[in-house]
Design a protein around this ligand. Sequence first.
Ligand SMILES: C[S@@+](CC[C@H](N)C(=O)[O-])C[C@H]1O[C@@H](n2cnc3c(N)ncnc32)[C@H](O)[C@@H]1O
Length: 391
Amino acid sequence: MPSQREPELTDAEARHGALMHEHLAREIAAAGGWVSFERYMEMALYAPGLGYYSAGAHKLGAGGDFTTAPEISGLFGACVARQCAEVLRHLRGASILEIGAGSGRLAADILARLEALGQLPDHYWILDVSADLRERQRRHLEERLPHLIGRVGWLNQPPQTPFDGLIIANEVLDALPVARFRWQGGRAQELGVVIGQDRFMGRPGPARPAVAEACRRAAAAAGAWEDGYESECCPRLEAWTQSVTHALRAGAALWFDYGLPRSQYYLPERREGTLLCHFRQRAHADPFLYPGLQDITAWVDYTSLAEASRRAGFTLAGFTTQSYFLAGLGIDQEMRVMAGEDAARFARLAHEARRLMLPGEMGESFKAMAWLRGLDAPLSGFSLQDLRHTL
Ligand SMILES: C[S@@+](CC[C@H](N)C(=O)[O-])C[C@H]1O[C@@H](n2cnc3c(N)ncnc32)[C@H](O)[C@@H]1O
């Protein structure tokens, strides 16, 4: 029986949850009874036909599990479009690749604003693991921008052919499977997952070399941890970002997500890490509650992301908070453009802008990072505040 705090599952959810549970139990048993948390999270999010992102959960927006900046307001996409325009201006035959496009709203907001600015890219590619979200993106774009749909295409894998332009990802890095660790007796144990009575449970095991090395760097950056300190790291961050950006010849990659520089991420007082799960607009910290039905996320270690940029041959061109990114791109002007003479609409937009920008909302915990390759363009989104020295 669900406790009072746990919502009732629909029959379809309960069936899906049971199938996912069977799948995970089979995989854990086949692996000898223990899998790393990273492997568990990978299966819970991406197992074909069952994982949270591979199956048909509703996920985004009203009635979904969580909301994102583009779902809160078109102002986010309008500002990102302004940033894209500054890059596209320097390139010919350029494309945009959006990774993890959610409902398609950000893509539509960016394309609409770029059209108004006279800076449309030749193509707008979308790379998304979720078949149902790809369908939702297509419907959204066909409805809103039927005359531009010919420019939009969906990829099944990262682009292999070199292209110029931009790569954009909002709230995608936080879904990359992370390894969890516990600090005990001056060394890292890796937290894994075993089959419990009627649900999965965490169980420490020896740390893989990549995890032990990430812990060593984290401890060096953030100071002494007490026994029992737990957190996470993302061993696949570098390989994944490299795979999705390697075909970019000249242009920028823009990453948006909640996260911190390493020295703050791993502060001793953040002793339970940053893992967060989302189910029907409720956030909680139990990754074993509804595997396959809930999103599982972790904050981004932006120092690791900056290191990945350099090793992939990019210049780290900017790092700032979402609030300063939007201010640098003139969100106030965008509000006036969008509202025109409509005072009620202006008031609505002002409310949305506050949600995007206030420190207690998304303004400070969400960051923007820019990588540049083969191009040296000024990026207004990073002109008001430069946090690169914190990385
Ligand atoms: C939290 S949603 C964000 C959606 C959208 N960017 C927004 O801001 O509203 C994550 C999106 O990334 C996609 N996604 C998750 N992991 C991915 C991966 N490894 N590669 C490509 N897309 C992924 C999901 O299907 C979903 O569309």
